[in-house]
Design a protein around this ligand. Structure first.
Ligand code: KG4
Ligand code: ZN
Length: 364
């Protein structure tokens, strides 16, 4: 690539409204600005993301985010080369808000429009942050998604396996709710587990007895509920230590499942003898220190490089959409006003659809 392009990215597929400007040139990629407005407060009372509230909030916030991103980057719309927008998968009202906003900017400025798959945004982030070369293995593990992908090219992904029901982040959140811990559940459960005995309660390791890289986390959630109720029945309530032991036992089970399935995914990936083998993780659950440490150990043992983009680029943001849009644009792809918002949009068109991808919605 011998010229430099600047892309405006928009993201609104779940509960974060975001805009970013990314510049890609011969010397790599640079984030000029990245603005994220979360909606946690709006949904807090409902125990999950309410699609209608999310869509309305996106519609109200998108142009503000764009203005802020342009101001921070000291650029005007006239100076950008293209507009990239998440066109799915996600909550349809939110995705529509983003696509309509991007179409408006494209029509008003005459700049090309590029529809981006939200999951591709996550999956290509290690190229933005660490210049990873294809093919690399990605574990996307968040509140809405859990899958192993071999990333072979800007538009070329092979899914080796994924969750058949809940995503791990969702299970962490449910666990926190059952134990009376704060949301989001991941950090609370991780913190509680620090002082817990992971061996006190026996939790299942679902699907480890089956070959392949598919995973299941909903049974683990149910096991936690049952064990909690047993303790309450025996003792009349939960002590601080009970909470810590339940958290530690649950986290150890998630760790074991992710670790074993990662081992299998790495073995499949290494069969292709990649020249610079690498595993990249993305998604909020990748912030968990116990999980991260296990994955790093497996990588060291198997001679595979380990990459984890900084957390603000692992969770939902628009810089990843702008970057993925830039890669598409440089490969010669653009969209037009017929671009549609898609609630479902699997990255790997060859693999059969998974049964579920997180009950919080098609979020990653
Ligand atoms: O990627 P993300 O910000 O949003 C999506 O779900 O797309 O991930 C949020 C999820 C939540 O379910 C949260 O509980 C989980 O990631 N999470 C964690 C940790 N930090 C966030 N799970 C386990 N351990 C953590 N430290
Ligand atoms: Zn996401």
């Amino acid at each position: 690539m011998n010229h430099t392009i600047t892309v405006l990215g928009l993201e609104s597929s779940c509960d974060d409204t975001a805009a970013a400007l990314v510049r890609v040139g011969p010397r790599g990629a640079e984030i000029l600005s990245s603005v994220v407005h979360g909606q946690t407060d709006l949904h807090a009372a409902f125990g999950g993301v309410v699609p209608e509230i999310a869509a309305r909030a996106h519609a109200e916030k998108l142009d503000i985010c764009v203005e802020q991103a342009l101001t921070l980057a000291k650029l005007s719309l006239a100076e950008i080369d293209a507009i990239a927008v998440t066109a799915g998968p996600g909550l349809i009202g939110g995705v529509l808000s983003g696509v309509m906003c991007a179409k408006g900017i494209s029509a008003g400025t005459g700049k090309p429009l590029i529809g981006v798959n939200h999951l591709a945004g996550h999956a290509l982030t290690p190229r933005l942050t660490d210049q990873l070369t294809f093919p690399y293995l990605m574990l996307l593990v968040s509140g809405g998604h859990c899958q192993f992908l071999v990333v072979r090219g800007t538009e070329d992904f092979t899914r080796l396996g994924g969750t058949i029901d809940d995503a791990p982040g969702e299970a962490f959140d449910k666990t926190a709710r059952l134990l009376g811990l704060a949301q989001p559940g991941g950090p609370s459960v991780e913190n509680e587990a620090l002082t817990g005995d992971a061996k006190r309660f026996a939790f299942p390791r679902p699907l480890l007895d089956r070959p392949g890289c598919d995973m299941s986390f909903s049974g683990l959630k149910t096991a936690l509920l049952r064990t909690r109720d047993q303790v309450i029945e025996e003792k009349g309530g939960l002590t601080r230590q009970d909470r810590a032991d339940l958290s530690a036992g649950f986290q150890a089970a998630v760790c074991d499942v992710l670790a074993e399935k990662t081992r299998r995914a790495i073995a499949e990936y290494l069969d292709e003898t990649p020249s610079q083998p690498a595993l990249a993780v993305a998604g909020g659950v990748a912030a968990n220190k116990a999980i991260r440490a296990r994955l790093e150990t497996i990588c060291t043992e198997t001679g595979v490089g380990f990459t984890a983009p900084p957390l603000h680029l692992c969770t939902d943001n628009a810089a990843m959409i702008a970057y993925a849009g830039a890669e598409r644009f440089l490969a010669g792809h653009t969209d037009d006003m017929t671009l549609v918002a898609r609630p479902r949009w699997p990255l790997d068109k060859r693999s059969p659809a998974l049964l579920g991808s997180g009950k919080k919605g098609a979020k990653a």
